[in-house]
Design a protein around this ligand. Structure first.
Ligand code: FEO
Length: 395
């Protein structure tokens, strides 16, 4: 039996996806993931909070069978994305009396994405409640964490907050509760934050305030372990989502014949000399998850690339695009490039990073291998970064 009991009325009945290594074919999942679904047995009604990715619907059905569930009245859909909603149709089929309870936006998205008849829905408003008899479910709209329709469901009597994607982590584990002594909890929660939530920082802060106001005893997300000490995960996210940055420069680089690498190595030494911390990632071989995670706290990003057919190397193009869409709280950015003839690298990468909040420091370009003036330019860039970090109180 894979089900896990949270209390006398609430069970975790979702699926553990040990093997999955990519999400949406873009997000690395080094430790797999889970699709959590929760069964709540009230004295009169039974509710299922979210379902599982459709490729694992058998696990959900087996878990319900193990618990001898013969009636589901409400399927609560906190979020329309298919990793949580994809098994709603099979649950509706297995439990013909059941209704999908969600907000108007989510209902419309579910109808677009899945074969669900409109008459199977109950539409609720923000802060509306439904009774399960001795239990009350309250629905709390929390848009844009990370789709426009996202909401939380609060089991009032038991103080359990079901947050779906919010505060989750991509971690496959058979443990019900997060073990905060396990470094994986920290790493997987941070990676998940940067990949899924960081682009919506403004909305994330509002949602975090909603959670703090509720003071839940347990936070039960729909990916990764449940938190029975909510303050730990809330405080971590408060730090990540804050405007606070570290005295750190990320050097994302790729080199074909060594010229760009030489420039990057020189800048690294100049930065360290100025007491600025550096993290270097070779775009040709770095672990994508660690590179992505590094974006959460650093003050400055320098992207270094050789020219390929007049533009940036494809690995640098990818890094610039990824950085642009993830919208980290980086404050300063610059570009280093070597080229042999005409180059549109700077305009191309600036366009892809496309973040009006970043101050772009003058790039350093070298025609061919680095020369004396190139090293001077790199010293100028290091000095400018030092000044900027001082102005932010980081040094
Ligand atoms: Fe876990 Fe936005 O789906």
């Amino acid at each position: 039996m894979r089900v896990k009991q949270i209390n006398e009325s609430v069970w975790s009945v979702g699926a553990i996806d040990w093997k999955r290594r990519m999400f949406d074919e873009i997000v690395p999942l080094p430790d797999g993931t889970s699709y959590n679904s929760y069964l709540i047995n009230g004295s009169e009604k039974t509710a299922l909070i979210d379902t599982v990715d459709p490729h694992m619907e058998k696990d959900l059905l087996d878990n319900l069978k193990d618990l001898e569930v013969n009636k589901i009245d409400y399927i609560i859909s906190n979020h329309a994305e298919q990793d949580h909603s994809g098994s709603i149709p099979i649950i509706l089929e297995m439990f013909p009396e059941s209704k999908v309870v969600t907000n108007e936006k989510c209902k419309n998205m579910l109808i677009d994405l899945l074969p669900i008849d409109e008459e199977r829905f109950i539409v609720i408003q923000d802060r509306e409640t439904i009774s399960l008899g001795d239990k009350t479910l309250e629905f709390i709209f929390a848009p844009w964490v990370h789709w426009p329709e996202t909401m939380f469901t609060y089991l009032r009597e038991d103080k359990i907050l079901f947050t779906c994607d919010f505060l989750g982590s991509h971690l496959a584990t058979s443990e019900l509760y997060a073990d905060f002594d396990d470094f994986k909890i920290y790493e997987d929660a941070k990676l998940y934050y940067v990949e899924i939530m960081m682009p919506y920082r403004r909305f994330f802060i509002k949602a975090l305030e909603l959670v703090e106001d509720l003071k839940p005893g347990i936070i039960a997300p729909s990916h990764g372990p449940v938190y029975d000490k909510p303050e730990y995960i809330i405080n971590l996210h408060k730090k990540w989502v804050s405007d606070e940055v570290k005295n750190e420069v990320l050097l994302f680089w790729v080199s074909m014949h060594g010229s760009t690498k030489e420039m990057v190595d020189y800048l690294e030494k100049e930065l360290i000399k100025r007491k600025i911390n550096v993290r270097k990632f070779d775009l040709a071989s770095s672990d994508a998850a660690r590179l992505t995670m590094s974006l959460v706290d650093a003050a400055t990003l320098v992207l270094a690339t050789p020219a390929v057919l007049g533009g940036a190397h494809p690995a640098a193009v990818y890094a610039a695009y990824l950085t642009g869409i993830l919208k980290p709280k980086i404050k300063f950015a610059s570009i280093i490039a070597s080229y042999s003839w005409g180059s549109k690298i700077v305009d191309q990468l600036k366009g892809l990073m496309n973040n009006p909040k970043w101050e772009i420091l003058d790039p350093v370009l070298s025609k061919g291998a680095a020369k004396e003036e190139t090293y001077k330019d790199l010293e100028r860039l290091a000095a400018e970064i030092e000044t900027k970090h001082r102005s932010e109180g980081l040094l």
